[in-house]
Each structure stands twice: as C-alpha cells, then as structure tokens.
Design a protein around this ligand. Structure first.
Ligand code: DGL
Length: 262
C-alpha cells in the first residue's frame, strides 16, 4: 500500500522529496488537482469542495495514509477529511513555531510567505497568536509565485525581479527567518538565498511534516513494505500533466539544478 501525497499542482513534490529520502521503504502516490490549480486565489468553499473530490479519488486507490502536501488545502479542509475517513490524514501548516523559536534570542523578525487563502484563515491566525508572544511575525502573500512555479519558470531575472519587488517595502535587516508556507515555494529556496541578505534563513515545513508521517505510521504499525516507488496521477487524467510532474520531480532531485531551481 502507498502513502498518498496531494497538492493542487507540483508544489507537494517538495514534501514528497523529503519523504522519499527519509522513508525509503515506502511506496508513494502523488495526486495533483490539475483541474483546479491554483487554490490560493479561490474561496474557502471552492477549495474545500475540490479537496473532498480529490480525496474520493485518492481513497479509491490502495493507500494507507494521506498527506495533504498543501498548506492551503490543509487550512480549509483537513478537519473535514479527518472526520470522513479512517485512514490517517496528515496536514501541513507554515513552520511559524520553529521560526519564532529560532529568532527569540536575536530579536529579529519572521516573515511568512504563503497563499492569500492560507493567510486569511482562522487556522493560520490562531497558529500565529499561539506562538508569537512578542509580535515578531509578519505575513506576505505571493499570489504570482504558484503560476511561475506551475510554468516551471525558474528564470533568475523574471522571478528574482518579482521577489525583489515584493520585498521592497520591508527592511530585511530586521528579519532573521523567512518561512515558505506554501509547498510550491521551496522550488525557489536557492534563488531566495541568493537574493536575501546572508543572515536570513529560509525554512519550510517539509521535514516536520515527514517526521509526523513517520511517527503516525509507526504508532499504527503500518510502516514499510515498499521500495521507494513513485506513481503520479492528476485530476484531469492528463498524460501531459503527469509528464510535467516527472520533469518537476527530476528538477527537484537533480543536485546540479540549473536556473536556481531547488
Ligand atoms: N501548494 C499549495 C500550498 O501549499 C497551494 C498553492 C496554490 O494552489 O495556490 O499552499
């Protein structure tokens, strides 16, 4: 049986990469909601409906756990899915807590990049108010970044210029950590590290999510039994999109990646 990973598009592959490295004895199914990507600019109701439809299809496959490798989908639909299915459902949230912990002593601020929908949800606001005792967390939506990513656009001029414009209103010397709160964004970690002042750390939630997956499989005694196989599916059953997933997967796993892609 496989562990299913789900995202609106290619973003969730950044989490799958971490899982494939940490859990070599598992098989994986990756499902992209090609029909509805991007989720960020849509309403909570729309995205909840898309995620529930996708889950129906995914649970029709032979899967033992579902990882919602998408911060936006998690923030609107994780509790609905947990109520509807007995199979463990693991969600993601922006890594605000580790970022706040890292910056406590330095007095530097934290900037969370995520989709508009994630940042506008009560779940995100509650997370921030739970961990941000000293008011050091700021948030910045990056609406165009998912489109660049889905277009496999890693052009340092074009996307780098976009980042520079977005960061213009901020005094980056005040910031110690940037949190990538959308699973599409880690494709640009290396580009961001080149653009940002060297003292800023760029972190994402993949490692924490995979640790949680591993713990849950262990608790349920359902770990292992696979050999690292990865199978791609998409909601449009579009072979061309599956080929794009394969390309994106190869880019992510190529240590000598060109174009600043990570
Ligand atoms: N990759 C997703 C996330 O983590 C969603 C991006 C989108 O579809 O807008 O938030």
């Amino acid at each position: 049986m496989s562990i299913a990973f789900f995202d609106s598009g290619i973003g969730g592959l950044t989490v799958l990469r971490e899982a494939a490295r940490r859990l070599p004895d598992e098989d994986f199914l990756f499902f992209a909601d090609t029909l509805h990507v991007p989720y960020g600019p849509k309403t909570k109701e729309q995205v909840t409906e898309y995620v529930c439809e996708a889950a129906e299809r995914i649970f029709g496959e032979n899967v033992k756990a579902l990882v919602i490798a998408c911060n936006t989908a998690t923030s609107v639909a994780v509790s609905d899915l947990r109520h509807a299915y007995r199979v463990p459902v693991i969600g993601m949230e922006p890594a605000v807590k580790p970022a706040v912990e890292m910056n406590g002593a330095s007095g530097r601020r934290v900037l969370v990049l995520a989709t508009q929908l994630t940042l506008s949800q009560t779940k995100y606001m509650q997370l921030v108010s739970r961990v941000d005792d000293h008011g050091i967390v700021d948030s910045l939506p990056m609406p165009e970044l998912v489109d660049y990513c889905e277009g496999l656009n890693f052009d340092p001029e074009e996307v780098g210029g976009y980042f520079r414009r977005k960061f213009e209103p901020f005094d980056l010397n005040e910031y110690g950590t940037i949190v990538l709160g959308c699973t599409h964004y880690p494709y640009y970690t290396r580009m961001l590290e080149d653009i940002l002042p060297p003292h800023i750390r760029v972190i994402d939630g993949s490692a924490g999510t995979v640790r949680r997956v591993s713990a849950i499989l262990g608790e349920r005694g359902i770990e292992g039994g696979g050999s690292g196989r990865v199978r791609f599916m998409n909601s449009a059953d579009d072979p061309a999109y599956n080929r794009k997933l394969e390309r994106a997967w190869a880019i992510l796993n190529d240590e000598k990646r060109p174009n600043g892609a990570r």
